[in-house]
Design a protein around this ligand. Sequence first.
Ligand code: V47
Length: 353
Amino acid sequence: MDITTKISSGERIGFDEALSLYDMDLFELGELADARRRALHGKKSYFNINRHINPTNVCKDVCKFCAYSASRKNPNPYTMSHEEILGIVKETAERGITEVHIVSAHNPDTGLEWYLEVFRKIKESYPQIHVKALTAAEVHFLAEEYGKSYDEILDLMVAYGVDSMPGGGAEIFDEGVRDYICKGKVNSQQWLEIHRKWHERGRKSNVTMLFGHVEKREHRIDHMMRIRDLQDETGGFNCFIPLVYQSENNFLNVKEFITAHEILKTMAISRIVLDNVPNLKAYWVTSTVNLALVAQEFGANDLDGTIEKESINSAAGAKSAHGINLLEFVNLIKNSGFEPVERDSLYNEIKFW
Ligand code: V47
């Protein structure tokens, strides 16, 4: 059976087959991915209305691609107090927003309670708010810094009110590339182990992939395969989020930028390879809004959301510091021929716009 027939009939493909898809014509590949997308989601494009909060940029790790952490290239360290964070959550909740996405750098000076106690305070005042917080990289950092096991940190997260985990910190799982771009932080096996343990607690999470820097196509496929394997076991990943590398203000001296063509192929291939992950996010923050809209025809069924304020990717050049206007966003989705559907954090449908 040739690979096109295999994909069209819903069969799973292997590593070499997935890699060979990069040699296929972009539009042919797009059609295969679009068929998979349509079978699952029709013309629906999901988004949610959430607020990102990045409470500290002080970091003991030194990822070469990162422009967010306080360093020689970004010498403005900050750490928010719980009052400041709660002030943002209050204002967010008053506008009816039901998700906060809280991700920090790895700050060794705050104490464990600073990281956790804020979730309890949020839940106490705003029980309706879904707290998506702490990447596996943060979990690993907290476990090491405070002499705890992953299980202990994950249990604390549940006890303090974290609802789901974001997909950050996955970067690229290939050990060679990972050592080059972010040596010292959570390794691939540990990242996957933390998510496995989180899923075993009946909780959901997302998974990202940072691409368009020094990695090769085969590293992206390897990354997808490792996700697919874990997902076969746990079923706990809601969404795959390929993040396009942003090149400003960091130490990863990348000279050649990834093309829109290569980004769309990667989106389409991930839709086909990750046959067990229901949602594929075109994260407009790193792909640009225009390309995210096009990606809807290449397998993507989720455009993240309005974001409001974002510090990690915008520090490296993304145009996301102030989010995007809701009505503008909805109209863009409609005008591109798709149906904007507001979802909650766990992909329950809230409103057809
Ligand atoms: O883990 C850092 C990435 C991630 C750069 O789970 C960069 O719903 C591009 O994970 N260029 C944080 N990317 C963002 C993230 C995320 C975003 C939206 C939704 C979800 C979710 C998760 O940003 C980091 C890192 O991989 N990042 N620097 C850069 N220069």
